[in-house]
Design a protein around this ligand. Structure first.
Ligand SMILES: Cc1ncc(COP(=O)(O)O)c(C=O)c1O
Length: 367
């Protein structure tokens, strides 16, 4: 795969052109109960790319409808990538990002896989930072956050199948309510017997829209079985655990291991990585190895597997307490969220919201 980033003269600055802000009272009302992905801040960071000019026209400006030619490549061949990260209000009122360098690097990897222009990681960080600075008033108080959605779409109007020569990058900011409210109950996952998310050699390790479109049918089947999410198995043997729809999956064993499927056809999650890195502090040994559905079923029955949880930016860590499959269902850890899961989540959330020291330098202040 070759990079199609084109000529590059200087780093992008994303200069701000502020628009009339939403009145304070209206913003406060929206921030009181934003839900997820429905409310948007006043501005967007944008940049355009063409094969001749490289990246140009970078700015942070008022959010406006995106005008595309009906032949724009993204509409036909799904040449699109995105990211998801959050800005966290800190105890002193400042705002920090959490390991945004990992999102920036993953965005560049996804671009290479989808033959889109690579946005240099430093430009990705500038775009996100400048947007959060201008829309800092949109960062809610904990436990809510400002969810950030960078994406690149192929905009060239051309119906042939080849990498587009024009693309647009943008970052949206959307205040997001706490994922958890009220009593902790734990998720039920549907182990789908036939639908797969990703195959070896495919795009499973890229964050591209097509992966999610392909996962919607399995998600619908999960809902029909009264499950919260799907647990995808590998596409070849239909035997090995991969990940959930928008989260990586990790297991705690009775002998103190934190086991998770290896990278390859799954997303290299920032939360997954972070949990593996803090595991030792919780008396757990991180292990990346294949886990079969038989091992999961049997381990849940015998108690060799004591806890299972999902990890991702949106929900941080969600306990998984039950699995359903065509043959029946089984629970893990007596159907209750486990102590290791809750302790790992507490540490991560405290790190993100600046409530504990940050020895690894994961918090990046922006305001
Ligand atoms: C398919 C998939 N797996 C895993 C994750 C978790 O990744 P992260 O922790 O970087 O949010 C996500 C969310 O981005 C996802 O969409």
């Amino acid at each position: 795969m070759s990079s199609v980033a084109g000529p590059r003269l200087s780093a992008l600055r994303f200069p701000a052109t502020p628009t009339t802000p939403t009145p304070d009272g209206q913003r406060a009302a929206l921030l009181a109960d934003p839900g997820f992905g429905r409310v948007f801040s006043d501005h967007v960071a944008v940049a355009s790319w063409s094969a001749e000019r490289g990246w140009h026209d970078d700015a942070v400006r008022g959010a406006e409808p995106l005008v595309l030619h009906p032949a724009a490549a993204v509409l036909h061949y799904a040449q699109e990538i995105f990211e998801g990260l959050k800005a966290y209000r800190q105890p002193d009122g400042s705002v920090a990002l959490f390991r945004p360098d990992l999102n920036a690097a993953r965005f560049a990897r996804s671009a290479r896989r989808l033959s889109l222009p690579e946005l240099p990681p430093e430009d990705f960080l500038t775009a996100v930072t400048e947007l959060v600075r201008l829309d800092a008033a949109w960062v809610p108080d904990p436990p809510a956050t400002l969810y950030l959605r960078p994406y690149t779409v192929a905009t060239e109007a051309f119906l042939g199948v080849r990498p587009a020569t024009e693309a647009r990058f943008a970052v949206l900011a959307s205040p997001a309510g706490p994922y958890f409210s009220g009593r902790e109950v734990g998720l039920t996952l549907w182990i789908d017997p036939e639908l797969s998310r990703a195959a070896p050699g495919g795009t499973g390790d890229a964050k591209c829209g097509g992966n999610y479109a392909a996962g919607l049918a399995a998600q619908a089947v999960a809902r029909e079985h009264a499950c919260d999410q799907v647990l995808f198995l590998d596409a070849v043997a239909h035997r090995w655990l991969e990940e959930s729809g928008t989260m990586n999956v990790l297991l705690v064993t009775a002998d103190g291991e934190l086991v998770t499927p290896p990278l390859g056809t799954i997303l290299d999650g920032v939360t997954r990585r972070s949990v593996l890195e803090i595991a030792a502090g919780h008396g757990l040994t991180p292990v990346e190895r294949p886990v079969s559905v038989e091992e999961l079923r049997e381990g849940a029955r015998t108690g060799a597997i004591t806890e299972v949880f999902a990890a991702g930016t949106a929900a941080v860590i969600s306990p998984i307490v039950r699995f359903r499959e065509p043959a029946g269902e089984f629970t893990v850890g007596g159907g209750e969220p486990g102590p290791r899961t809750l302790a790992l989540r507490a540490e991560l959330v405290d790190l993100q919201f600046g409530r504990v020291p940050d020895p690894r330098g994961w918090r990046v202040p922006v305001v």
